[in-house]
Design a protein around this ligand. Structure first.
Ligand SMILES: *[C@@H]1O[C@H](CO)[C@@H](O)[C@H](O)[C@H]1NC(C)=O
Ligand SMILES: *[C@@H]1O[C@H](CO)[C@@H](O)[C@H](O)[C@H]1NC(C)=O
Ligand SMILES: *[C@@H]1O[C@H](CO)[C@@H](O)[C@H](O)[C@H]1NC(C)=O
Ligand SMILES: *[C@@H]1O[C@H](CO)[C@@H](O)[C@H](O)[C@H]1NC(C)=O
Ligand SMILES: *[C@@H]1O[C@H](CO)[C@@H](O)[C@H](O)[C@H]1NC(C)=O
Ligand SMILES: *[C@@H]1O[C@H](CO)[C@@H](O)[C@H](O)[C@H]1NC(C)=O
Ligand SMILES: *[C@@H]1O[C@H](CO)[C@@H](O)[C@H](O)[C@H]1NC(C)=O
Ligand SMILES: *[C@@H]1O[C@H](CO)[C@@H](O)[C@H](O)[C@H]1NC(C)=O
Ligand SMILES: *[C@@H]1O[C@H](CO)[C@@H](O)[C@H](O)[C@H]1NC(C)=O
Length: 401
């Protein structure tokens, strides 16, 4: 309310108003931290250094702070570990930037991180008096010697912007107990995980990836990484691969490739929920691909292959993935159908159905026999007539005005 009134006053006044800063001040970081913690458990120093570390609330299990550990931090890893020994919950934000630490295990006791609004700002002490900067959320950047984050007790991150970039020696995340990433004010707002600039032999575990993709509003931007082997163990269910399909498989590790040699086993795939790889159905006599009835997530860490590739199945007449929520690959082309039953290309409804099911907005990510959905024949002449009708109206408007 106050902000609106302020904008209104600004807009009718002739005096220039310093609008952005005024708005931001309403979400000032001190106000936020004070709302969430009692004063003894707040750490509001801009930098953590040997000089400021005495003020850190070492006895609190829940600490409110915009914790910033960067090149100014002159504590050793052991000193940091001692400082954070009791901290299980961090409310505020975490930035680990330009450090020389080998790992983040000094934060190994941390169980939850909660960030609050992504619009929060704080006074930039390096900047001018009235300059504000956006607070990072959960960020690990430019730590050249870091090998792993090592947050082994972390189960929940409630932050909208999660960024792990330019840690050129990173080999693992090592966040094995992470259950979910969520966002407190997440009503439809997008969340991000950006994982980029890692070591050449970096790998992500199947469990870590699953904890990311279970969050539906999450956008993951990843450079080329691979799955760690072997797959993470599961509490319930069974992990299988293309050559070990049996009853009761819940996860497939590696691409699921169905061909002449295993097409008779597909009825056993009805319990599969996740494929850590792509789905290929090639050279089969299958008439319907409807056996993956529990499949929720397919995630292919491959920058060359589509996530679903259905080829050379002459008797195929339909498909359905009734539970599918996420189907992703690092490659640009997401879906490829080719050389299946004639019905696939004579009718765009199959292509459109997949496109809508997967919320694919870029039409160039899905190909049926080398064509985009839009270039396939529509099911009836109706829509062509409609297009002509619209075209006619546009021509009319053009000439009238
Ligand atoms: C923290 O706990 C230790 C040991 O229980 C105690 O000696 C110390 O006084 C406490 N410090 C604060 C600031 O409460
Ligand atoms: C991590 O969690 C385990 C099990 O809950 C606990 O025993 C251990 O002390 C925790 N580690 C730290 C550093 O707090
Ligand atoms: C990566 O780690 C190795 C071994 O610790 C070190 O020699 C190298 O300098 C690191 N890379 C960078 C870019 O710092
Ligand atoms: C497939 O799973 C079986 C049984 O778990 C295992 O022995 C085999 O090594 C796996 N194959 C691949 C390619 O991972
Ligand atoms: C597929 O059908 C063809 C012709 O009906 C047959 O020769 C072939 O053995 C079948 N393949 C499988 C894997 O059933
Ligand atoms: C399908 O099988 C053909 C050989 O029949 C092969 O050339 C092609 O690469 C296979 N496609 C996929 C996606 O594996
Ligand atoms: C596939 O279709 C062909 C011809 O349409 C037919 O002869 C054959 O029996 C079918 N195979 C299967 C497994 O349905
Ligand atoms: C194909 O499968 C979908 C989803 O199960 C269904 O809605 C549709 O009617 C089927 N189409 C044909 C031609 O059987
Ligand atoms: C597509 O969008 C709908 C509504 O926004 C959402 O419920 C659904 O999970 C999304 N599906 C995928 C595969 O992203």
């Amino acid at each position: 309310m106050k902000t609106k009134a302020f904008i209104f006053l600004c807009s009718i006044s002739v005096i220039p108003c310093d609008l952005p800063n005024e708005i931001k001040e309403e979400e000032d970081t001190e106000i936020f931290l004070n709302k969430r913690c009692d004063p003894p458990c707040i750490f509001s120093e801009y930098y953590l250094t040997l000089e400021t570390v005495d003020g850190f609330p070492k006895n609190c299990t829940t600490v409110c702070s915009d914790l910033r550990i960067d090149k100014k931090c002159d504590l050793t890893e052991n000193q940091l570990a001692a400082t954070f020994k009791n901290m299980k919950n961090l409310i505020g934000s975490l930035l680990i930037e330009e450090t020389k630490y080998k790992s983040g295990t000094f934060l190994t006791g941390l169980e939850t991180v909660e960030c609050g609004s992504s619009d929060r700002v704080q006074k930039d002490i390096n900047g001018f008096d009235k300059s504000f900067e956006k607070i990072p959320q959960f960020e690990w950047d430019i730590n050249y010697e870091m090998l792993e984050l090592g947050l082994t007790n972390l189960t929940r991150i409630s932050c909208g912007f999660n960024k792990i970039t330019t840690n050129v020696n990173l080999t693992r995340l090592n966040i094995p107990n992470l259950k979910s990433i969520s966002y407190p004010s997440g009503n439809g707002k997008k969340m991000y995980v950006i994982l980029d600039g890692v070591g050449y032999n970096f790998c992500i575990t199947s469990g870590e990836l699953l904890s990311f993709i279970k969050t539906s509003e999450l956008q993951i931007d990843m450079s080329k990484v691979k799955y760690c082997e072997p797959p993470s163990t599961v509490e319930t269910g069974k992990i299988c691969n293309s050559t070990s399909i049996t009853d009761g498989c819940t996860q497939i590790f590696g691409s699921l490739v169905i061909g002449p040699e295993n097409e008779h086993l597909v009825h056993q795939l009805n319990t599969v929920e996740v494929i850590f790889g792509g789905l290929v159905v090639n050279n089969t006599n299958l008439t319907n691909i409807d056996f993956l009835e529990s499949l929720k997530y397919i995630y292919h860490l491959d920058d060359k292959s589509a996530v679903i590739q259905i080829e050379n199945n002459p008797n195929l007449s339909n498909f359905s993935f009734p539970s599918l929520v996420v189907a992703q690959t690092l490659a640009n082309t997401k879906i490829l159908f080719s050389n299946n039953n004639e019905i696939r290309t004579s009718d765009s409804t199959y292509c459109d159905r997949l496109k809508n099911m997967l919320n694919i907005t870029d039409p160039r990510q899905i190909f049926f026999d080398g064509k985009y959905c839009d270039n396939l024949l529509a099911k009836s002449g109706k829509s062509l007539a409609f297009q002509l009708w619209i075209f006619g109206i546009m021509i009319t408007i053009y000439y009238v005005y």
